[in-house]
Design a binder for this molecule. Structure first.
Ligand SMILES: Nc1nc2c(ncn2[C@@H]2O[C@H](COP(=O)(O)OP(=O)(O)OP(=O)(O)O)[C@@H](O)[C@H]2O)c(=O)[nH]1
Ligand SMILES: [Mg+2]
Length: 234
């Protein structure tokens, strides 16, 4: 099954080339990477174009403004669905998600999971080099989500995922509005609600070493209100 890795970037000039070279090592003929750049001021978009002309498996989607991860991914999903790709992956471009884990996500999708989640909080999963505060926020977000949504998912905020195309075809993408972590929670919630099979596989998550985090208070607060609202709306 052909796969497309959606790779959102905002100011990832230091990470993009090493990431694409690493993905080149693990992807198969026919697999593609779609870089989704929101007009990064550091030139990531231009770099992506240059690399795409060199590396045949890379496409670039340029967007006018930074709107957050959610809208960037939705634009990427729509673009990927317009091709014949069967598996659509989400992945950060900061090496928090290890490119070496991509084949395991793909294999789980090929094995029958409708949505595969790379999970830090199942046996065998780990979080490396995060401080106490980031660990607490992440764990707290998982517990908070479990309290309201009862999805049976251990790591609902993670952004290393693999969807079968039929899943994204069935979801009402226009109805998914969050920009940050809530986007990850809402997509998984809707997939579960639609009756699809969600499988978590262990990953090790590492803190970025280059570039800067785009996590913000606003992104955390969005999840605080969006999760209960999701439950209310059903
Ligand atoms: N296109 C696009 N990409 C974004 C945007 N915000 C973040 N990204 C990318 O999404 C990925 C994850 O963003 P990070 O800044 O690492 O945020 P995070 O992983 O939630 O936070 P940290 O764990 O602190 O790094 C990275 O590849 C970012 O470049 C955005 O508004 N638009
Ligand atoms: Mg990150």
């Amino acid at each position: 099954m052909n796969a497309t890795v959606c790779l959102p970037t905002y100011n990832e000039a230091a990470n993009l080339e090493p990431m694409l070279r690493a993905l080149e090592q693990v992807l198969r003929p026919g697999d593609r990477v779609l870089v989704i750049d929101d007009s990064s001021p550091d030139g990531t978009g231009e770099l992506a174009d240059r690399l795409a002309s060199e590396l045949g498996f890379v496409d670039v989607l340029h967007r006018d403004a930074k709107e957050g991860l959610g809208p960037a991914y939705l634009a990427g999903f729509r673009r990927a669905l317009a091709t014949d790709t069967e598996l659509i992956l989400e992945m950060d471009c900061d090496f928090s998600h290890n490119p070496q884990d991509v084949p395991r996500l793909i294999a789980a999708g090929e094995d029958g999971a409708d949505l595969v989640l790379g999970s830090r909080y199942v046996p065998g999963g780990h979080v490396g080099d995060w401080g106490l505060l980031r660990r607490a926020i992440s764990r707290g977000a998982s517990l908070y989500t479990a309290l309201f949504l009862r999805m049976g998912v251990r790591d609902p905020t993670g952004g290393f995922k693999c969807f079968r195309r039929r899943v994204l075809e069935e979801l009402d993408l226009d109805a998914i509005t969050p920009r940050g972590y809530a986007f990850q929670i809402e997509t998984t919630y809707r997939v579960k609600q639609a009756g699809f099979r969600v499988v978590e596989i262990p990953i090790t998550f590492s803190d970025r070493t280059a570039g800067h985090s785009k996590m913000s208070k606003a992104i955390v607060l969005e999840a605080v209100w969006a999760v209960p609202l999701l439950r209310l709306r059903g």
